[in-house]
Write a protein of this length. Structure first.
Length: 287
């Protein structure tokens, strides 16, 4: 049997092993993770000034999945935030807090939903109205009123009138920029990126009569070239997918978000420590 240095050590008698320092450290971390199941652990993990920006996709009465949250679980998550005195603020306000433009008198969180699935209207919207919770939708407009799973322009207009829902860009048809960079010549790739960023912004602004100045990166893919392109396109902030709670001083073109499903709120923090990035493929309409 091979023994990794520091993991297991002979206890002085043949065949008897005892844990080394690495195993003991690991056991301590596991114990801490279990103790972190308590809801108060989220506030401890995020730290002073950190802003959890939650990202959802689909909502369902009973069915759960990697990017689908059940209504009961979502309600529990909102209850947890309220019980721990988190104030849910509009995403614009969260960005202002992170950029030290606005102050917060207590812990705040923000809620976003990506892609524009119809369950945002049928399942999430009634909860938004009942609880008076602000939510930002990141949409790729190629799917709106076209794909069977997607919201319609009429549904979006109704939600916007509530004053609780805002809409921002998720590019025009949610491309994987790594794939596009590999298949296109450099000039063609730069033109493609510029079109995805500008066309989404223009279509959403025209159809919904709202300012579009924030962006969610498809698959959380962002690099210096993409961030520069977003600035040129007129975005003030852009958001990743994963990476834990956002902290003051974060790059405004790559603000982390916490992917949400049926896990507990404290579990969501533990599952996605800093630098985690997820790449769940969404449904989308053809370009």
């Amino acid at each position: 049997m091979m023994l990794r240095a520091g993991y297991w050590q002979y206890a002085g008698r043949p065949g008897i092993l005892r844990p080394g320092p690495h195993v003991l450290a690991t056991l301590l971390m596991v114990a801490a993770a279990f103790s972190c199941a308590a809801p108060s652990c989220m506030a401890e993990t995020t730290g002073t000034g950190a802003v959890p920006i939650l990202v959802y996709h689909r909502f369902d009465p009973v069915r759960r999945g990697p990017t689908t949250v059940t209504i009961a679980a979502f309600e529990r998550q909102l209850d947890w935030l309220a019980a721990h005195r988190y104030r849910i603020v509009p995403l614009q306000q969260a960005v202002d807090i992170l950029q030290d433009i606005a102050a917060s008198d207590g812990p705040v969180a923000a809620i976003t939903a990506d892609d524009g699935h119809v369950s945002v209207y049928t399942q999430l919207y009634p909860i938004i109205l009942r609880r008076h919770v602000p939510v930002t939708l990141f949409l790729y407009p190629s799917a709106i009123s076209r794909a069977s799973y997607a919201l319609t322009w009429a549904q979006l207009a109704e939600m916007l009138r509530s004053g609780l829902v805002s809409v921002q860009s998720h590019t025009y048809w949610h491309p994987n920029f790594r794939v596009e960079r590999a298949r296109l010549a450099p000039d063609a790739y730069r033109a493609f990126v510029a079109d995805q960023l500008a066309r989404s912004k223009a279509v959403l602004a025209r159809r919904l009569a709202v300012p579009i100045d924030m962006l969610a990166w498809p698959f959380g893919i962002a690099d210096p070239e993409l961030r520069a392109a977003a600035r040129r396109a007129g975005y003030r902030a852009a958001f990743g997918y994963g990476g834990g709670a956002a902290r003051p001083g974060v790059d405004p073109m790559d603000i982390p978000r916490i992917p949400m499903s049926d896990i507990s709120m404290s579990g969501a923090i533990a599952e996605h420590p800093p630098a985690a990035r997820l790449t769940t493929m969404p449904e989308r309409a053809a370009p």
